[in-house]
Design a protein around this ligand. Structure first.
Ligand code: NAD
Length: 330
């Protein structure tokens, strides 16, 4: 019987136990088809094959600063966890700082001879390019890898792919996101990576900024980050499918780091010409009540489930969120 038909839940690990990692743990808590068994942060890891209690783990992390106190303290947590844990698939909720970080973690999985499904929610085009270079080695390693499976890229890129089907020719894909978070410390990597997109900054500067420097920058903007023409992998993902060229894809948005309410409604607009010669725009708007965490972690696990189905058919290598339909985890 295949894993998806079996009554046994898929054993899932979450690498990174920050903003998204903890939200991912909460998302999994409500699922029958997946069981959260493993996680790691910078200072330690936790593996419980019977399943991790998300709220207990979050409380322990909040009180003691690392999940390691509940599991094991380690300076090489990801490596040690991969070696000991029986996991079908991992969601990597890790900072991609530097821009090669997640790529290096994937190399580690391969070097350790691990087999299974890996899902990332990376953002930059250059980061996805690095993953695509691993096509052959991941195929050989027996790893099914789904890349760019968050909200953007991810959910909204998949929506754009579906919307494009009405047209003979796609002229523009415009993604505009609104993110509201109560404080920047809850999503440190996300905010640093966003700062790396601002005029006058790059990803390396954003990585090395002290917390005080980040706070001073946010103070000067009243907590708001306005992002335009971002280097987002949605462009490469859509270009690879022949939907449009990468310069026809625009991504930008507004992040409010002091207010959980979204500053604007996240949407994707897909403009094109139908076979009858009509120019039109499809618009897909996310519900304002849905948080960034819901729109990243939901798709990540939907894609992880699709990855398990591919893995069972011995289909390995790299896929993007625009190439594969996410399943739904009940
Ligand atoms: P965060 O800073 O809140 O948490 C990062 C976690 O990773 C922490 O637990 C930290 O301890 C851990 N970590 C860091 N280095 C580690 C190491 N060497 N070994 C083990 N653990 C390590 O991050 P976040 O804000 O939750 O963001 C996570 C990722 O999600 C970022 O890369 C961000 O860009 C991405 N993201 C994607 C989307 C999307 O739509 N595609 C949206 C938001 C965030």
């Amino acid at each position: 019987m295949s894993k998806l038909d079996s009554k046994e839940p898929i054993k899932v690990g979450v690498l990174g136990f920050g903003g998204l990692g903890q939200a991912a743990a909460r998302v999994l808590y409500g699922k029958k088809q997946m069981k959260f068994v493993a996680t790691a942060d910078l200072h330690g890891y936790l593996y419980q094959k019977e399943g991790i209690d998300a709220e207990l783990a979050i409380k322990a992390h909040r009180e003691r600063g690392t999940i390691g106190h509940l599991g094991k303290l380690s300076t090489d947590s990801i490596k040690e966890l991969i070696q000991i844990a029986d996991v079908d698939g991992y969601f990597m909720a890790l900072p991609n700082l530097p821009n090669t970080f997640i790529s290096d973690v994937v190399d580690l999985f391969q070097a350790l001879g691990w087999r299974g499904v890996l899902v990332d929610a990376l953002k930059r085009t250059s980061a996805l390019e690095l993953m695509l270079l691993k096509q052959e080695s991941l195929q050989k390693a027996g790893i099914t890898y789904l890349s760019g499976c968050g909200a953007t890229p991810g959910l909204l890129t998949a929506v754009a792919t579906i919307a494009a089907q009405s047209y003979s020719e796609v002229h523009q894909v415009e993604i505009t996101f609104g993110v509201g978070i109560a404080n920047w410390e809850s999503y440190r990597a996300t905010i640093r990576e966003d700062i790396g997109h601002l005029a006058g900054y790059n990803i390396e500067q954003a990585r090395t900024m002290s917390d005080q420097e980040v706070e001073a920058l946010l103070e000067s903007t009243n907590g708001i980050l306005k992002l335009e023409n971002m280097e987002h992998a949605d462009d490469l993902m859509l270009e690879r499918l022949g939907i449009c060229s990468r310069d026809q894809v625009k991504v930008g948005g507004v992040v409010d780091t002091r207010n959980a309410k979204k500053p604007l409604s996240t949407n994707v607009k897909v403009t094109g010409r139908t076979f009858e010669g009509k120019i039109s725009t499809h618009t897909f708007i996310l519900g304002d009540e849905t948080s960034m965490a819901a729109n990243v972690c939901g798709p990540a696990f939907g894609y992880l489930k699709s990855g398990i189905a591919l893995q069972q058919r011995q289909i390995y290598g790299v896929f993007t969120a625009a190439e594969v339909m996410p399943q739904f985890v009940s």
